[in-house]
Design a protein around this ligand. Structure first.
Ligand code: XMP
Length: 510
């Protein structure tokens, strides 16, 4: 395995994923990782990520320089290269010209890291500083017209640095450079194969759980379904899945979830809790208050169920969660989404319960979870569906959440989503849904005046939900959906299409 030391670069996760895509396990560690910890992990190579700081900056993240003398091959990327330059006795200065975007590099040394590359290659640059004087034992491997040491290396120590980003697709031969480092220099072996992974995880669960039982809150989403399926394959009925129906799901969603879990053979308990949720939401219109009430109610209901199950079965010793890798690393950039997902999906430990936590997919990224799900024969329809927020339709019903308003929204949303699917547009957008606005508008139906609800349709394209652009769906399609909603959904006389970007808007409405 390799470790990626995180200096706060936006591409840190991407580096780790690229390594895994090469078939080698990789783990991200924070920049202040100790030499001891690295020794324990016993990596075959270390990658120092990029980062927004300057190595001479006041609060610059500086890793222990002993990392560079452990005898483990190192590749520094961008900030990582500058840190190598500084810590090994070279000189790093602000480059006379800041280089951002596409650049051409001239390869002056075609030894290992650059084996198989041409004389000149396109790369993606993003830096202000540069290594001006090389540390002892280092040579220049590549240059640009404005940066002499665009790549450096010390062949004896197996320490290399690149000023550009090999992990991004804008560096076409970047993967080859990473491959050279991983296989030729670190001598790592391809053994991180998603096909073997399911068997490996199942074996680990069996070893960890032994004769005990496991309780798990399952949401119907990708992560918890994949995690529950793995645990089910490992321990069968000793897994007690709990699904809390908050009454805020999409139309037909509940039936689908039950049918799916039946087919997967999960030992499930379905808790009808819509009354409690809707009761507590009565009269509440403030978005944050809604979210808080729903989060707390989830925990209360789960807590009660967990205690009941514990009474029935004194062997419950584990609480399983569908936590995935980006949810958990301390060094990850905190994102609004990650925060939210944590408070709503990963049900907190029930009060007074001393359960051990079981997180079978904690080392995987979303794409890995999906691939694993395919191996486990979980339907693609579930694995590749659009994200859905933990608080459900409550954050898409602006104003008060009532049964009547839930029904209006469910019906309109169902038309939009099924039309997207039937016109093969569903997979072309990142996320789509309908929202119910908190105002009414005048209309005319037949000869009569109406005063009814407005539905807003939202469809966005995004990569990671941090930014999003509204999807340019065809006018004819939107017209068709609007007509159907106004004709078929009682209580709606107007449909609008949301054309706001994130930022400054968000994807959801609340
Ligand atoms: P925003 O509205 O912040 O949403 O642009 C970004 C992404 O996160 C999803 N989202 C949530 N997911 N629990 C979740 O599991 C939540 O509470 C939550 N809130 C927003 C949203 O659907 C979008 O994909």
């Amino acid at each position: 395995m390799l470790i990626v030391v995180n200096f706060g670069g936006q591409y840190c996760h991407l580096i780790s994923r690229r390594i895994r895509d090469l078939g080698v396990f990789s783990e991200i560690v924070p920049y202040d990782v100790s030499v001891e910890k690295i020794k324990n992990l016993n990596p075959q190579g270390i990658i120092l990520s990029g980062g927004p700081s300057s190595v001479y900056g006041k609060d610059a993240p500086i890793s222990d320089e002993k990392i560079l003398s452990m005898g483990i091959p190192v590749l520094g990327i961008c900030y990582g290269q500058q840190l190598i330059g500084k810590q090994m006795g070279g000189k790093v200065v602000p480059n006379s010209i800041k280089e951002y975007g596409k650049k051409k590099i001239k390869i002056v040394n075609k030894n290992t890291p650059f084996k198989g590359l041409g004389k000149e290659e396109s790369v993606w640059m993003s830096h202000g500083d540069a290594v001006e004087e090389l540390p002892k034992g280092f040579v220049t491997l590549a240059s640009t017209d404005t940066c002499k040491n665009a790549a450096i290396g010390n062949f004896e120590k197996n320490i290399y640095g690149v000023q550009f980003h090999p992990e991004v697709t804008h560096t076409p031969k970047g993967n080859l450079i990473l491959e050279n480092f991983v296989f030729e220099i670190c001598k790592a072996k391809k053994d991180f194969d998603i096909k073997d992974l399911a068997q490996k995880i199942i074996k680990e669960i069996k070893e960890e759980v032994k004769d005990d039982h496991v309780i798990m809150g399952v949401s119907g989403g990708v992560d918890s379904t994949v995690a529950a399926t793995l645990i089910n394959l490992a321990i069968g009925k000793k897994l007690h899945g709990v699904f809390i129906d908050h009454g805020l799901a999409r139309k037909y969603e509940m039936e689908e979830v039950k049918e799916r879990y039946d087919r997967l053979g999960l030992n499930m308990k379905y808790v009808e809790a819509a009354d409690i949720f809707l009761d507590r939401l009565k009269g509440v219109t403030d978005p944050e208050e809604k979210r808080k009430i729903i989060g707390k109610t989830f925990i209360d209901v789960f807590d009660k169920e967990a205690k009941l199950l514990e009474k029935e079965c004194d062997k419950i010793k584990f609480l399983a969660q569908g936590t995935i890798y980006p949810d958990r690393i301390e060094s990850a950039q905190p994102s609004k989404q990650a925060d939210k997902i944590k408070s709503h999906h990963n049900v907190a430990l029930p009060k007074n319960m001393k359960l051990k936590v079981l997180e079978p997919i904690k080392d995987l990224y979303k794409d890995g979870v999906r691939k694993l799900g395919e191996q486990l024969k979980i339907p693609a329809e579930l694995l590749y569906r659009h994200p859905f927020p933990g608080p459900g339709l409550a954050v898409r019903i602006l104003g008060e959440v009532t049964r009547e308003r839930i029904k209006v929204l469910q019906d309109a949303d169902y038309i939009f989503i099924s039309e997207l699917k039937s016109k093969r547009l569903y997979d072309t957008v990142w996320q789509a849904f309908a929202a119910l606005l908190p105002v009414k508008a005048v209309g005319v139906m037949g000869d009569a005046r109406t005063y009814e609800n407005i539905i807003s349709l939202r469809a966005v394209n995004s990569v990671d939900a941090m930014t999003a652009d509204w999807a340019k769906l065809p006018y004819e399609f939107l017209e068709h959906v609007s007509n159907r909603i106004i004709n078929e959904v009682k209580g709606v006389n107007r449909v609008v299409y949301d054309i706001s970007q994130k930022p400054p808007a968000t994807i959801e409405y609340e």
